[in-house]
Design a protein around this ligand. Sequence first.
Ligand code: ZN
Length: 236
Amino acid sequence: MSTLLDSIARLRSEVCSLHAELTRYQLVVWTAGNVSARVPGYDLMVIKPSGVSYDELTPELMVVTDLFGAPVSSLSSGADGATVEWANPDLTPSSDTAAHAYVYRHMPDVGGVVHTHSTYATAWAARGEPIPCVLTMMGDEFGGTIPVGPFALIGDDSIGRGIVDTLAQSTSPAVLMQNHGPFTVGKDARSAVKAAVMCEEVARTVHISRQLGEPLPIDAAQIDSLYARYQNVYGR
Ligand SMILES: [Zn+2]
């Protein structure tokens, strides 16, 4: 069980520092954007607290919740009944916690989730238009189109369900929730952040290309081979 404390400490530090990537790549304004990580082997996740500005985040402020979004500060082991406790800050988890938690409950291979309102990706989301795969880097990273998920409001599981249902039909680790913005997933939090950065990058490039004319499509077979090669070399 001490490995649980080690995992929580490591993930708090990792999730905290990954928020600096959101500001570095200009994916967020004010406090609107968040990173979370699953605690491997436990029904727990680590996520940004609500309403704390990015430059005030510290590892200790990262909130540990269960996979329904309720803050948790101790756990009893089944074997010897011992209880492991850790300090949980007196903060509420991000208002997007329910969506992150839904993804972890329904996508067991996902170890990290990121949500932003990055400008170009959100502009595509506002029009409800998937980003067509017209760049080799999109073939590499996304294996095809970046899909659009349904319009959904915060408050119940509808955002989480929309993310999971849309990603289930796609190779893409990113989904543009209609009129809202991108959610990305990865094997860990760092991969989900990379997907968020790449999603914004291709959203911007394809948008600019559109302004100049009609981007050329890439054959489906070529996209498949780009994706297979890249995922084999770099892993998913
Ligand atoms: Zn949002």
